[in-house]
Design a binder for this molecule. Structure first.
Ligand code: NQM
Length: 356
């Protein structure tokens, strides 16, 4: 029985299948069909594959050596929707990003240093580049360490992530505030197309649990309407039905000493925490005078991290507007952790027989 080399890894607060591009079909349609069968989609439980029945655990990272002069590896992220036969490349994932560098080092794609190794990762989905520093004592990747991140039990070795400034427009519509589906919204993209709206404008407090929010049918319908109207305004390729962006982030005043409190629809389920580039996009809105987040936020002291509160804790990051240009974001710095859970061969579900 042959299988496909594949690792199951946690990256930050997400989990997914990690594969080398050379182990997958080059044709995107054939690749996506195979990934559905590897993950067990479409099926709400993903019972017949590696997927974890939630968008945060139904992710795929594909890694290869990069031909770019500013990067060591290319990382293509694919969101496999658990209950629909959709594989979307419309977004990247900064959590799975944290797993890409250790995975590339484990696969022997790059030389390993003694102590720590920095890998520059080109995020194919967005074109952005990030530098990841992985702990490699004695020239081997270690996952053990004392870094803790909200949403992950225990501690692990830190993966320091420095995100280069995004090259696209921070405000895709050119406005700090737009009216979308009758609601004031800041449409912002610092790596993740995000629609930031006030929780209060949608009739909620902003401290509700993800389960409470997902059970609120009127809210879910309003979020879907906001997303449908924001989608064309943000210049996203494809259709809302076949992509997983933009994310809708409900913000309210901080309650735990942070800068802002968030609840994120990603876009159907509610995030248990917040994404990395998702947090960078909200943080950019926090920094932007006039945005719907700025007026609710408590700005951090100069030099201190900007703390984004979320359902399972907080996410600290350093993100500033670049000097002299209020629409450009400076480099963002975050700490994540990652872990190899399983490494071996995956046996995909067989292809469906051709329709007769
Ligand atoms: O924004 C979930 C996650 C993400 C995305 C999502 C992410 C990011 O937390 O960088 O990581 O928004 O779909 O895995």
């Amino acid at each position: 029985m042959t299988g496909i080399p594949c690792a199951l890894m946690r990256g930050g607060t997400s989990k997914g299948a990690m594969l080398l591009a050379s182990d997958l079909p080059a044709d995107p349609e054939a690749r996506d069909d195979l990934l559905l069968r590897i993950m067990g989609s479409p099926d709400p439980r993903e019972i017949d594959g590696l997927g974890g029945a939630h968008p945060l655990t139904s992710k795929v990272g594909v890694v290869s050596l990069s031909a770019r002069p500013d990067a060591d590896i290319d990382y293509l992220f694919l969101q496999v929707v658990p209950d629909q036969p959709i594989v979307s490349t419309s977004q990247t994932c900064g959590n799975i990003l944290a797993a890409t560098a250790p995975f590339a080092l484990e696969r022997g794609l790059l030389p390993i240093m003694d102590g720590a190794t920095t890998v520059r990762v080109h995020m194919v989905n967005t074109g952005a580049v990030a530098a990841l520093t992985v702990r490699t004592p004695g020239g081997e990747v270690t996952y053990e360490g004392d870094a803790e991140i909200s949403g992950v039990p225990g501690s692990a070795a830190p993966v320091e992530v420095a995100l280069d400034p995004p090259s696209g427009a921070l405000l895709p519509t050119g406005h700090v505030v737009d009216e979308v589906a009758g609601v004031a919204a800041t449409l912002v993209d610092a790596g993740m197309a995000s629609v930031v709206v006030r929780a209060a404008d949608l009739g909620i407090v902003g401290d509700e649990s993800p389960a409470e929010l997902e059970a609120n049918e009127a809210l879910v319908a309003k979020v879907a309407q906001i997303r449908a109207e924001a989608f064309p305004l943000m210049g996203i390729a494809g259709t809302p039905e076949t992509t997983t962006t933009p994310k809708i982030v409900l913000v309210s005043a901080p309650a735990e000493g942070g800068a802002i409190r968030t609840r994120s629809f990603i876009p159907y389920r509610v995030h248990e925490a917040i994404g990395v580039v998702g947090a960078a996009s909200v943080a950019a809105a926090v920094r932007l005078p006039g945005s719907v987040a700025h007026e609710l936020a408590v700005q951090p002291e100069p030099g201190a991290p900007l703390r984004v509160e979320h359902p399972t804790g907080f996410f600290d990051l350093h993100v500033d507007l670049a000097d002299g240009d209020e629409l450009a974001v400076g480099p963002a710095r975050v700490v994540r952790t990652a872990r190899m859970i399983m490494d071996g061969f995956v046996h995909p579900r067989p292809p469906a027989p051709p329709a007769s």
